[in-house]
Design a protein around this ligand. Structure first.
Ligand code: PCA
Length: 199
């Protein structure tokens, strides 16, 4: 059996008809990349369900790399998240009608958790293909950040989160994710170049 790369996306939320993150995860399911089998799955946009669903997917697939995807409609291009915070502050209700405010993702967990993916190298690999990509230092305070924080507590060698701008359709997302995963497999150490921000 080939080792696995697990890619998750989300179902539509906030009244949207579609979510390219979940559609891209479906597109990628079953592909082979760099000697690994890609498994794609769609998470519910529900605070009370998404972390447990992710945990059971990780248990089932034992991936070498976990890349969670989510839509950030106001952004453009690919945003590789560097840090998850242990805070939920929902601006809108989730798909179960819950809108938690100022509660931790994990009361026993760390205040923040850094990705273990080489996000600078992954963003650079996309840019080398002419795709718009950058490193981001906030994954928000909604279900994506919750899932990212939960992902970093799971027993996966390398895990992280990629936010997708509203300009990307599912095919564009899948194309970028393929490049990103190949770069992650090829890169043991992240680039030392700065991707820092002042704002
Ligand atoms: N984006 C939301 C949750 C699901 C998704 O695709 C977020 O950024 O939190």
């Amino acid at each position: 059996m080939r080792p696995t790369l697990l890619v998750t996306g989300f179902e539509p939320f906030g009244g949207d008809a579609a979510n390219p993150s979940g559609d891209a995860a479906r597109l990628l399911d079953g592909e082979t990349l760099g000697g690994h089998t890609v498994r794609g799955a769609v998470l519910p946009c529900v605070f009370a369900e998404a972390p447990a669903r992710l945990r059971s997917l990780v248990q089932a697939h034992q991936p070498a790399v976990l890349l969670c995807l989510g839509l950030a409609a106001s952004r453009r291009g690919f945003h590789f998240e560097r840090v998850a915070i242990n805070l939920i502050d929902a601006r809108i209700a989730d798909n179960a009608g819950a809108q938690p405010v100022d509660v931790p993702v994990d009361p026993a967990g760390p205040a923040a958790a850094f990705t273990t993916l080489p996000v600078k190298a992954m963003a650079a690999a996309l840019r080398a293909q002419g795709l718009p990509a950058e490193v981001s230092y906030t994954a928000g305070t909604y279900v994506c950040n919750q899932v990212f924080h939960a992902a970093m507590a799971l027993p996966v060698p390398r895990a992280g989160f990629l936010h997708l701008g509203g300009d990307l359709d599912a095919a564009a997302v899948a194309a970028g994710v393929r490049v990103a995963l190949v770069a992650a497999l090829a890169c043991a150490e992240d680039l030392a170049a700065s991707a820092g921000r002042i704002d």
